[in-house]
Design a protein around this ligand. Structure first.
Ligand SMILES: Nc1nc2c(c(=O)[nH]1)N[C@H]1C(S)=C(S)[C@@H](COP(=O)(O)OP(=O)(O)OC[C@H]3O[C@@H](n4cnc5c(=O)[nH]c(N)nc54)[C@H](O)[C@@H]3O)O[C@H]1N2
Ligand SMILES: Nc1nc2c(c(=O)[nH]1)N[C@H]1C(S)=C(S)[C@@H](COP(=O)(O)OP(=O)(O)OC[C@H]3O[C@@H](n4cnc5c(=O)[nH]c(N)nc54)[C@H](O)[C@@H]3O)O[C@H]1N2
Ligand code: SF4
Ligand SMILES: [Mo]
Length: 670
């Protein structure tokens, strides 16, 4: 067949969901580039995806089911047929269910593929099976919880509105790595003369795009926000008319601000008082200030409360009501295609226990659980590398009596511990619905090539497992195409306003924009911003400390430009550019311990000792240490990565991970 360019979209856990074009002859993908006709991403994609064909056709792709022959973790597997694999899994599960009940089986998944069907279809399968439920809260659920407590499910700002902003505060997000199309807007805004502040724990690569970077003691952003509110009040920047109409309980909040002076906040955050005043004044003077709200500060013990404190700023200044003003934190397009049509919560027959994915280490190793987990089914995730308390996770995966099935594209650190590995396909090999969380362009994609080897999509695999387990529901007897078509044809208010041309473009596989909801229609019980939320033990936003800890350095995990969580670790060129596993520390902290740039060091706390190369840099303030990127155990220096130093403690609300709220000390390794 002649080579043609086919339309697709990036499958990964990244807000942009960039439109892609793939050059193919139906068997192979030769080249990948951005789709210039995508209404938001317009042909511009990141470096990681410019050679997606190298991932699709990587020689390390797992192409057949595999069965473990050696010890767990050793990587000694033999190929088996799908028939044998399904027989093995269903027999083991049926026997475990007979002995221990179906809750002894636990699915573990997150966002290996972000698209709607392939991301969520496993939930239907495990709901039907009656397995333990998984709380999928590793990412940004504390942010969501905090936003819910103050603005409900209101979407806030839309990316395109940054064109109207006259000040931008990038707060806790390294958009040079994680949100390129927001970075594009920031660059355009600066060309218009818009001032950009970055609020961070260290000078990330994003600081190059900011006029001023303010580095804080990690987890203290709530104090900064309250103090900004104090300055806004003192300088008469409050919008009383807006508050009267749209904010519930603004008077007690405004009254509460007096103690939050810049010098109070300075002593907590480490930012100088005049810097706080300058930031607050710039925010107050702007007509339409935008906050690009990342997840960094929500990955702390006080994550939800911090979110409330920061969200108070556009509420008291009325920025929410002005085009380009407000908070860019909460774009969600998945409701445009009822996700329950794939999740099928109606399959749940009785209440089940739920396991928090951040506490998988404890869940797999605990001896005092009434019903221990006997089988783990991992898909779309790599817990050995991404979950906190890595030593416990590995100890759990090592259990001989844990029957582990991993559905994967590559031999990840988790797959090494599997009893059975099922080969997963890539997004080029299956169809789906694309619902970005960073813009409003939804799209449907079709397979570009047939699945390689014996690889199967998540949906096809769950249908086969359903058959092997004897599920009777017709739901599991349809193709992904049929399910996709059904979901697209379900009436949905979000797509009602599409004109015929838009519906036709969507049917052709082009990305089409949804209409953004009215920014001042607040989706809360009172219909207003709930600055005072009487349902909470702390009805007003206040400063609470994060967990911290008794070691002298606050450890922050941050994204890498070259990888996406543990994804892209198969790509030699990207991994080479990322370099070895480094810990970024300040010159003062290094000097005090006799550490030089490039030295091998031991980072430790009560949980583990993890070796790194020291990267001594002015970018990091004294008292903070930063580990960028998720490395594999094979890339590590002593068989552990930074996740071994992270606790399984959960956030104040949202039961989310506290990945950035841990302390360590470091010492040179001789
Ligand atoms: N290249 C690349 N792209 C990615 C990812 C990746 O790993 N690599 N990950 C994807 C995923 S899963 C997600 S959830 C998104 C995440 O994207 P965002 O939610 O936008 O967050 P990040 O860009 O990860 O940046 C978090 C930043 O928060 C900072 N931080 C940590 N604690 C604090 C704090 O207390 N206060 C402040 N002010 N800052 C703090 C860290 O230093 C870090 O730079 O990106 C996605 N895109
Ligand atoms: N140190 C550190 N830890 C972190 C983070 C960090 O920045 N630093 N980030 C945290 C955050 S925000 C998140 S969201 C989590 C992310 O955690 P995960 O969602 O587990 O992300 P990945 O590590 O990218 O693993 C995804 C896996 O899914 C596989 N996969 C891809 N497509 C498919 C498919 O179609 N089917 C199947 N079955 N598998 C597929 C990929 O090969 C990959 O191994 O990690 C968290 N942990
Ligand atoms: S990883 Fe993000 S920036 Fe890169 S192509 Fe995918 S969606 Fe676009
Ligand atoms: Mo995430």
């Amino acid at each position: 067949m002649k080579k043609v360019w086919k339309r697709s979209a990036c499958p990964y856990d990244c807000p942009d969901a960039c439109g892609l074009l793939m050059e193919t002859d139906g068997q192979k993908v030769y080249r990948v580039k951005g789709d210039p006709e995508h209404p938001v991403t317009r042909g511009f994609i990141c470096r990681k995806m410019q050679h997606y064909e190298k991932t699709i056709h990587h020689p390390d792709r797992i192409l057949t089911p595999l069965k473990r022959r050696g010890r767990k973790g050793e990587g000694d597997f033999v190929p088996i047929s799908w028939e044998e694999a399904l027989c093995e899994i269903s027999m083991r599960w049926k026997s475990l269910i007979a002995d221990y009940g179906s809750a002894c089986i636990l699915p573990y998944s997150y966002a290996g593929v972000e698209h709607l069907i392939q991301n969520k279809c496993g939930e239907a399968f495990f709901n039907y099976l009656g397995a333990s439920a998984l709380e999928r809260t590793i990412c940004s659920k504390a942010k969501t919880a905090g936003l819910n407590q103050i603005i409900g499910s209101t979407q806030g700002l839309n990316l395109s509105e940054l064109d109207n902003s006259d000040l931008i505060v990038i707060w806790g997000s390294n958009i040079t790595a994680t949100w390129l199309h927001a970075l594009e807007k920031v660059v355009q805004a600066r060309r218009r003369g818009v001032k950009v502040f970055l609020i961070e724990t260290y000078k990330t690569p994003a600081s190059r795009y900011a006029d001023e970077t303010i580095t804080l003691v990690p987890g203290t952003d709530g104090a900064l926000a309250l103090s900004m509110a104090h300055v806004l009040k003192a300088n008469h920047y409050l919008d009383k008319a807006f508050m009267t109409d749209y904010v519930a309980g603004w008077e007690p909040f405004i009254e509460s601000l007096d103690p939050y002076t810049p010098s109070w906040a300075s002593s907590i955050t480490g930012a100088e008082a005049e810097v706080i005043i300058r930031l607050a004044r710039a925010y107050g003077e702007a007509k339409a200030p935008a906050i690009i709200y990342g997840s960094g500060m929500s990955r702390h013990g006080n994550g939800a409360m911090t979110t409330r404190c920061i969200t108070a700023l556009p509420a008291i200044t009325g920025a929410f009501a002005r085009k380009g003003g407000g908070i860019l934190a909460n774009i969600s397009t998945s409701p445009a295609f009822n996700p329950d049509s794939i999740r099928r919560p109606d399959f749940i027959k009785k209440a089940r226990r739920s396991i928090n994915m951040n506490q998988i280490g404890d869940a797999l190793t605990s001896t005092d659980m009434d019903a221990p987990i006997k089988s783990l089914y991992v898909y779309n995730s790599n817990p050995a590398d991404i979950a906190p308390s890595q030593k416990k996770v590995l100890e759990g995966l090592q259990r001989e009596d844990l029957f582990t099935v991993v559905h994967e594209r590559f031999m990840t650190d988790t797959a090494l511990y599997a009893d059975v590995i099922l080969p997963a396909d890539t997004s080029a090999e299956h169809g789906d619905i694309v619902t970005p969380y960073g813009n409003l362009a939804v799209q449907q994609i079709n397979p570009v090539i047939a699945p390689l080897g014996e690889c199967k999509s998540n949906w096809d695999t769950f249908c086969l497992l359903a058959d092997a387990m004897g599920f009777e529901d017709d739901f599991f007897k349809q193709s992904a195409e049929a399910l996709k078509a059904k979901m697209i044809h379900e009436p949905n208010a979000w797509r009602n306003e599409w004109r015929t041309e838009e519906a036709a473009a969507f049917n052709e596989g082009r990305a089409v924009l949804l209409k953004f909801p009215d920014p001042v229609h607040f989706c809360t019980p009172s219909g207003k911003i709930e600055l005072y939320n009487e349902k909470l033990p702390e009805p007003l936003p206040v400063y609470i400390e994060n967990f911290g800890g008794h070691y002298p350095l606050r450890l922050v995990v941050a994204p890498s430009l070259y990888t996406l969580n543990s994804t892209f670790n198969e790509r030699e060129a990207l991994v080479k550019e990322r370099g070895t596993m480094r810990l970024l520390i300040s010159p003062g902290d290094a000097r005090r311990r006799g550490i030089q740039d490039g030295d091998k060091i031991d980072a430790f706390n009560d949980l583990a000792h993890v070796h790194f190369y020291a990267a001594v840099t002015d970018a990091v303030p004294s008292g903070t240490a930063v580990a960028e990127g998720v490395y594999t155990l094979r890339q590590s220096i002593n068989g552990l990565t930074v996740n071994a130093l992270l606790s399984q403690k959960l956030t104040d609300y949202g039961r989310a991970a506290t990945l950035c709220d841990n302390t360590i000390d470091i010492a040179p390794l001789s």
